[in-house]
Design a protein around this ligand. Structure first.
Ligand SMILES: Cc1cc2nc3c(=O)[nH]c(=O)nc-3n(C[C@H](O)[C@H](O)[C@H](O)COP(=O)(O)OP(=O)(O)OC[C@H]3O[C@@H](n4cnc5c(N)ncnc54)[C@H](O)[C@@H]3O)c2cc1C
Length: 413
């Protein structure tokens, strides 16, 4: 049964058809009651392109951290499209060039955030599964947790609702939640990271693990503290509707957790296998492909392997064993299916359910390298005859990557 492969029909374009597809064919692969995300996050290349074209960078620096009311938020909301390669970081970087003169500071701040995404990808490409454990500090085991987890607090309840309903959060509330989970409540950061990963439409092990490690201090020099102060500053009005308004349990700052430095992982200092981390720099050709294999890392119409092979069918595999284990939220699956449906309207596409190595057996494939452990796990089992480079914003280097600033200093600009 675990090796069974089924060919699925192509979904018709649109949200409704994507929802039906997920209910009909992927119903045992998601974690909760069936939920879809708000129309603010439609899957597909045209939604990605529209989101980028309508993004105004003016005011980004001042408003990126605003939380509520939602209309004041300056964040771009591009992350689900960047996550799945519908928008490359280079494309997004260039798209704000026309405003570089008039909104110099906003453009610089926005590009800094794009660099954080690139840093997360380099960090994950080099360290892979090792990012599932702390990279810089151990959190000392505390006696009694300072605080028991309480979802009825207005701030935490609102974050949870938004995460579970929309599958997206601004950076601030991600930090609030992660800090509250670990620093105040003493819960395990990996469990919080898994919870985010299930629900976030942009959920990636790279940025999510980096975010959790950075906020909680296990991957940075100190932890970030969350208290009522941030809520009143970034979400005015939220506290007044909270049951705890007169007796707020996070009125004061949490105690800093005891961070104990762990032995430096040599991979944070240098990369003994840069070629593996970076992938090919030019197209590698070993034969003639009969299809283009698409991964969830690169689902855009401009995926390099797709563009190079306009006449070949594309094939996407829903990795049943992996999805069964991950138990993602249905929102994430609907987003992917809506994306695939739009592609299927442009060119032949096959959607398969099963273990990728079995589903793709015996087919010579063109594909785009993806800098994630899953690609390295599968690649040796497949007949990859044409491998396209990953569209890095900056080529990974083999120097220090223990922090964003040391990593950045060594980039080849
Ligand atoms: C605990 C925690 C978990 C996170 N999990 C994820 C995740 O799973 N996937 C993810 O893409 N980002 C994650 N982030 C980073 C960041 O919060 C989101 O990228 C950002 O909030 C997405 O919203 P946006 O597109 O409006 O961002 P904007 O502020 O508009 O930034 C533009 C783009 O820059 C990149 N970016 C911005 N901030 C960061 C950052 N701190 N780290 C990495 N990339 C960044 C994203 O690609 C984003 O789309 C996490 C942060 C924290 C603190």
């Amino acid at each position: 049964m675990s090796d069974a492969v089924s060919q699925l029909p192509n979904p018709a374009p649109g949200r409704r058809a994507a929802e039906d597809f997920v209910t009909n064919y992927l119903s045992d692969l998601f974690c909760e009651e069936y939920v879809v995300s708000s129309p603010a996050f439609r899957g597909g290349q045209s939604a990605a392109t529209n989101a980028l074209e309508s993004f105004e960078v003016a005011g980004y620096g001042a408003n990126r951290n605003e939380v509520y009311p939602a209309k004041l938020r300056g964040a771009s909301k591009l992350s689900p499209y960047i996550r799945h390669g519908l928008l490359t970081l280079s494309h997004v970087w260039t798209s704000v060039e026309r405003q570089a003169q008039s909104h110099h500071r906003d453009v610089r701040k926005f590009r800094d955030e794009l660099l954080w995404q690139e840093y997360a990808r380099h960090w994950y490409a080099r360290l892979g599964h090792r990012t599932a454990t702390a990279t810089r500090n151990r959190l000392a085991v505390r006696g009694a947790a300072e605080f028991l987890w309480d979802e009825s607090m207005g701030c935490i309840e609102t974050i949870t609702e938004e995460l579970e309903e929309d599958g997206w959060l601004v950076n601030q509330t991600r930090m609030w939640f992660a800090s509250h989970w670990v620093v105040r409540a003493g819960l395990k950061w990996q469990d919080g990271e898994d919870y985010f990963f299930s629900h976030l439409l942009d959920g990636s092990r790279a940025a999510n693990r980096l975010g959790w490690q950075w906020t909680t201090g296990v991957g940075s020099t100190r932890s970030y503290g969350f208290s009522r102060w941030q809520v009143e500053r970034r979400a005015p009005g939220l506290c007044s509707s909270c049951d705890y308004v007169a007796d707020c349990p996070i009125d004061s700052w949490p105690t800093d957790p005891d961070l104990q430095a762990i032995e430096t992982n040599p991979l944070l200092v240098s990369d003994p296998n840069l070629v593996r981390t970076r992938g090919p720099r030019a197209v590698e050709i070993f034969g003639t492909p009969s299809a283009v294999w698409l991964t969830a890392e690169s689902l855009g119409h401009y995926d390099p392997a797709l563009v190079a092979n306009p006449d070949l069918p594309a094939v996407f595999v829903f990795d049943r064993p992996l999805l069964k284990q991950l138990q993602l939220s249905s929102k994430r699956l609907v987003f992917l299916v809506e994306t695939l449906a739009e592609l299927a309207a442009r060119r032949p596409l096959e959607i398969v359910l099963g273990p990728p190595a079995v589903a793709l057996e015996g087919r010579p494939l063109a594909t785009t390298f993806a800098p994630v452990p899953g690609w390295h796990r599968l690649a040796p089992k497949l007949d990859l005859v044409e491998i396209h480079p990953w569209p890095w914003l900056h080529d990974p280097h083999d120097g220090r990557i223990g922090s964003f600033s040391t990593w950045r200093k060594q980039l080849d600009w």
